[in-house]
Design a protein around this ligand. Structure first.
Ligand code: NAD
Ligand code: UDP
Ligand code: UDP
Length: 336
């Protein structure tokens, strides 16, 4: 029997639009350095719809210009210290100034961003049943008394210092994440990010890699802050983004260190930048800022075992990858 009646009009709730398998992903702080690289990677997957919420304090629309107008992309000017009512499946919560110059500029705002901002994103995750990843920081270890730092170390942090708005702020953010997890069953992921570098770092944010590269390109002396023997471990941004996505997609809450264990003194870093970018440049010693951690290097055993992740790009290979981006923004072309 063949019916002559036309097929029933599908209910709007059954149309493809409502049954899409797309993953709706919120990236707070997505206009910033790491956030915009994360957005680039997430947008490569055609099943992802990416929503960025950012107040442009340290980020910029420029970092996302290739996605503005794309049908799977949306950009919202929003401050995470205010509630946000949207529907999403995953939240990468990055919003927070990361460089000391910017987070010390308005410390009260920084701690509000860490505490109220994270509370709001957890409230959102709870309401819509989304999984949420927090980008915490190696600064939760403070000026560490064990070396290298693994995730079981509770840290050595000054609660009343000029960095506290950031490092204590992130510690409270981690506490909130675990309390929402235990009390409300929210799916959480915590990454403890170690120093990260790459194209789109803010040029004048005072961080050591961006400072040295900009100084080398401008033929200004490289300013090593005394004593110069303090160490850091630098992770190239594409490795970082891979680590964050693996953590989000995996089964472990963390906290998990994501960073590159290659450890350098600031004097060694200056020598390397000089050699690779401008051998004619001078290296000078300048005064340091208070509470500067003397050494920092991630133990990434957990990331290797639980995420199958380790960084691929060595410092010597990563630094030259920043040069073109910095030269374009500084308007100093390469000499031929
Ligand atoms: P960034 O400053 O480039 O990006 C932060 C972004 O958050 C910016 O776009 C900024 O405008 C936005 N933002 C700040 N406050 C906000 C608010 N109240 N509401 C909405 N948006 C806000 O920094 P980044 O280096 O890309 O860092 C991203 C995340 O990674 C941060 O959470 C930071 O703490 C963490 N992290 C970074 C490093 C690093 O080496 N870059 C190290 C450890 C942790
Ligand atoms: N919140 C938000 N978006 C939502 C749901 C909640 O920004 O979709 C905010 C809400 O304004 C509150 C915070 O998240 O300040 C914590 O929410 P929760 O429901 O956990 O706590 P309550 O509102 O009961 O204090
Ligand atoms: N530093 C430096 N010269 C600079 C800027 C920073 O020697 O022009 C040093 C600083 O004293 C610190 C290290 O580099 O020991 C890393 O500083 P940054 O602000 O980049 O990151 P963080 O202290 O947050 O790890």
């Amino acid at each position: 029997h063949i019916s002559s009646k036309p097929p029933p009009t599908p209910s709007p709730l059954r149309s493809a639009k409502f049954f899409q398998a797309n993953m709706r992903i919120l990236v707070t702080g997505g206009a910033g350095f790491i956030g915009s690289h994360l957005v680039d990677k997430l947008m490569q997957n055609e099943k992802n719809e990416v929503i960025v919420a950012d107040n442009y304090f340290t980020g910029s629309k420029d970092n996302l210009k290739k996605w503005i107008g794309h049908p799977r992309f949306e950009l919202i000017r929003h401050d995470v210290t205010e509630p946000l009512l949207i529907e999403v499946d995953q939240i990468y919560h990055l919003a927070c100034p990361a460089s000391p110059i910017f987070y010390k500029y308005n410390p009260v705002k920084t701690i509000k961003t860490n505490v109220i901002g994270t509370l709001n994103m957890l409230g959102l995750a709870k309401r819509v049943g989304a999984r949420i990843l927090l980008t915490s920081t190696s600064e939760v270890y403070g000026d560490p008394l064990i070396h290298p730092q693994d995730e079981s170390y509770w840290g050595n942090v000054n609660p009343i210092g000029v960095r506290s708005c950031y490092d204590e702020g992130k510690r409270v953010a981690e506490t909130l994440m675990f309390d929402y997890h235990r009390q409300h069953g929210i799916e959480i992921r915590i990454a403890r990010i170690f120093n990260t570098y790459g194209p789109r770092m803010n040029i004048d944010d005072g961080r050591v890699v961006s400072n040295f590269i900009a100084q080398a390109i401008r033929s200004e002396p490289l300013t090593v802050q005394a004593p110069g023997t303090q160490t850091r471990s630098f992770c190239y941004v594409s490795d970082m983004v891979d680590g964050l996505i693996r953590l989000m997609e995996g089964d472990n809450t963390g906290p998990i260190n994501i960073g590159n264990p290659g450890e350098f003194t600031m004097l060694e870093l200056a020598e390397t930048v000089k050699e690779l970018i401008n051998p004619a440049v001078e290296i000078i010693m300048v005064e340091n800022t208070p509470d500067d951690p003397r050494q920092r290097k991630p133990d990434i055993t957990k990331a290797k075992e639980l995420l199958g992740w380790e960084p691929k790009i060595k410092l010597r290979d990563g630094l030259p990858l920043m040069e073109d981006d910095f030269r374009t923004r500084l308007e100093v072309p390469r000499k031929i």
